[in-house]
Design a protein around this ligand. Structure first.
Ligand SMILES: *Cc1c(COP(=O)(O)O)cnc(C)c1O
Length: 379
């Protein structure tokens, strides 16, 4: 039985992307970024693949995400780098989760909870989390005191770049170096210094330090204007569905909410059952592109919650034909980036927002298996 919608995740492609990046950035180590359910790909399924690919560790935002990755069988170190007051650092200690911490108070809380391994988060100019230069004195002296007392191990120090320009990134690297120096003056010598995410990790050896954090590149997507192929990466996620209805209509037939689109002549309209309820951006109405029988058709009219229409002219499109919403352009499929450009956003958002209604199908890896939602749909 064929399912209506399918999000196919190629675990082997994820492994190959990571292996390739690991080789390119060596001797720097690689942290696999698995936050936000692995950018919508499925953190529990990808975590063991990342481990098998040979990453040094995993990184997530919240402690909950870290515990999910741990439960999925990821046995190497995991860093979680954003916490609210009262976060369960005892759970971090119990499951051996490394904490990325931004404030002196967090350091104290970690020590109190017995969460011993910490990475110091530095704000080098992104203006988000991390300790800013005015706070370094208290931050580093607190870390040094707790480490000296044997309560914590300051294993790492890290920051995050704005990707505004090469010059802006360079300025942040200088601030990072100053933070490392200031920490050293307090007797802190973190062994793992890290600041680069995918783009800078690939392009700038001077920004790799001891480790790089790889999110989007592992998922086979480009962090910038280059294509996946140009970066030697394979998209991991392929989203498809099947044509649910076709109808021959006369010229002047209006299509979907607001009548943004009217047929120019007698034509065939095909219904693609995938909408913003499945994570497609409504802003991509009248844009985007789906591959059906070797042709890429843009969305005709508004994208609705559950569906949109394509105008296939006189093509012999049939109910049940596969419609690929995005996948690997090397196979002629639309890129996630096409949808991103159509919706004035980035490919990161396109994959991360693909919802839970479409079943996930995992191919490759040690075993091929379907997600529970897929099994339920096929049953
Ligand atoms: C999301 C994130 C990354 C990964 O960035 P990519 O561009 O996807 O490689 C790295 N570091 C931090 C702190 C992040 O939040």
């Amino acid at each position: 039985m064929t399912s209506l919608q399918e999000v196919r995740i190629d675990l082997d492609a994820y492994r190959r992307n990571l292996e390739s990046i690991i080789e390119r950035v060596a001797p720097a180590k690689v942290l696999a970024v698995l936050k936000a359910n692995a950018y919508g790909h499925g953190a529990a399924q990808l975590a063991p693949v990342a481990q098998a690919a040979g990453v040094d560790r995993a990184g997530v935002v919240s402690l909950d995400e870290a515990l999910e990755v741990r439960a999925a069988g990821f046995t190497k170190p995991i860093i979680a780098w954003q916490h609210l007051p009262g976060a369960d650092f005892a759970a971090a200690a119990a499951h051996n989760i490394t904490l990325g911490l931004s404030t002196a108070d967090q350091l104290q809380a970690a020590a109190d909870a017995g969460a011993s391994t910490v990475h110091l988060a530095i704000d080098t100019g992104l203006g988000r989390n991390g300790s800013s230069p005015e706070q370094w004195e208290r931050f580093f002296s607190t870390a040094a005191r707790l480490e000296h007392a044997g309560l914590i191990d300051v294993e790492g120090i890290f920051s995050h770049l704005s990707n505004t320009s090469t010059a802006d990134d360079t300025a942040q690297l200088h601030v990072f170096d100053a933070a490392i120096e200031a920490a050293a003056e307090h007797g802190l010598h973190p062994r793992i210094r890290h600041i680069a995410a995918t783009q800078v990790a690939l392009d700038r050896p001077d920004a790799r330090y001891d480790m790089v954090r790889i999110g989007i590149g592992g998922y086979g997507l480009s962090p910038d204007d280059r294509t996946s192929a140009e970066l030697g990466l394979e998209p991991v996620m392929r989203v498809s569905t099947r044509i649910a209805q076709v109808k021959r209509v006369p010229a002047g037939t209006p299509v979907s909410y607001g009548y943004l689109y009217r047929t120019a002549r007698e034509t065939t309209l095909a219904l693609v059952p995938f909408g913003y309820g499945d994570g497609l951006p409504r802003q991509a109405s009248e844009a985007g592109g789906v591959l059906v029988d070797g042709h890429i058709y843009p969305v005709a009219g508004r994208i609705a919650m559950d569906q949109f229409i394509i105008d296939v002219g006189d093509a012999d499109v049939q109910i049940g034909d596969e419609a690929v919403i995005f996948g690997d352009p090397k196979r002629g499929e639309p890129a996630a980036t096409l949808w991103a450009e159509s919706a004035d956003t980035i490919n990161y958002e396109i994959v991360t927002r693909i919802g839970t209604r479409p079943g996930r199908v995992y191919v490759g890896g040690a075993t091929s298996r379907s997600s529970a939602s897929q099994d339920a749909r096929d049953a």
